[in-house]
Ligand binder design. Structure first.
Ligand SMILES: [Zn+2]
Length: 309
């Protein structure tokens, strides 16, 4: 994978909540995480505070330093064209991935679904944050919140993705972001709402519906990857000059690394398909590949006839 030296980084699509002292993003230095212990104590304190205060307050505001109001000052500076090293910077690279993914859907959605794309910001947070979907911490991993239509990510997740889940190669990162934006697309075109109704009709199969939704997001991620080198910044420069077969393999491996069966096995648990919410490694790899090979979101019919007519 190669990013275009001339690409302009649009930090306006990011809300940086990490603050000037926030960990993880400054200069893209990865913070080593103790196995699974991250945020344990802080999480506990936050939970206690939230209970005491009756919920309602965002964890980051309570503790300070970790988030709250977005302040893109640092991000703007490190990703400005005046910084010759901006493309080596984790924050700026991830901002460009977001720019690329949204540029793709901006043109694809009207063509395929006859509908305008609504841009969605990505929030960079550190440790914990409050969202339209409630308080969240890094332990939940990156996610999309339909209530406020934002993607949330603590970029230190990538260290975990490599070290704990064994997903190597940088293209794992845009795979993750494109998966989350896949959920935004599902929200925009009404799939998310349809599925919610199906879940209520048929709560016994709620996990099965969840798997279909997640596999479709993997497929949309593959569709974006197929078009990544065609995406442009605001000035019309290509964002990627090259996406290699190895990059695609890295994305496939990342999809497989976060399969439910693999995660359960790694945690020393019995593999139980009834508990799956995202799909098996094999399914996740397969649906990313389907999206990549077709380059067509319509190929991402993971629901079959499950949603009815
Ligand atoms: Zn997902």
């Amino acid at each position: 994978m190669e990013l275009n030296q001339d690409a302009q980084v649009d930090t306006g699509q990011i809300e940086d909540q990490r603050g000037s002292g926030g960990g993880g993003g400054i200069g893209g230095i990865p913070i080593p995480l103790g196995g699974g212990g991250r945020g344990g104590l802080i999480g506990l304190i936050v939970t206690v505070l939230l209970v005491l205060l009756g919920g309602g307050f965002g964890a980051s505001q309570l503790l300070g330093g970790g988030g709250g109001q977005p302040n893109n000052g640092n991000l703007n500076q490190e990703c400005s064209t005046a910084n010759p090293n901006r493309l080596q910077n984790l924050d700026c690279r991830n901002t460009l991935y977001v720019n690329s993914i949204q540029n793709f859907w901006q043109s694809e959605l009207p063509q395929v679904y006859g509908q305008q794309y609504q841009p969605a910001d990505t929030v960079f947070f550190s440790r914990q944050t409050s969202t339209g979907c409630g308080a969240a911490d890094s332990g939940t991993g990156p996610f999309y919140c339909p209530a406020d239509k934002k993607v949330y990510i603590d970029l230190t997740f990538y260290t975990e993705l490599t070290n704990r889940f064994g997903a190597k190669g940088e293209f794992a990162q845009p795979y993750v972001l494109a998966h989350e934006y896949g959920h935004h697309v599902q929200d925009l075109i009404g799939t998310e709402a349809q599925l919610e109704r199906a879940r209520q009709r048929d709560p016994g199969n709620a996990n099965r519906y969840s798997v279909m939704l997640e596999l479709q997001a993997d497929c949309y991620s593959g569709v974006w990857a197929a078009h990544a080198t065609q995406t442009r910044d605001a000035a019309g420069h290509p964002i990627f000059t090259q996406v290699t077969p190895q990059d695609i393999q890295d994305a496939v491996n990342a999809a497989g690394a976060v399969g439910d069966d693999t995660i359960e096995r790694k945690a020393g648990q019995a593999v139980n398909p009834d508990t799956f919410t995202h799909g098996t490694s094999q399914q996740r790899e397969q649906w990313f590949t389907t999206g990549y090979q077709s380059g067509d979101p319509k190929s991402c019919n993971t629901f079959g006839t499950a949603l009815g007519g």
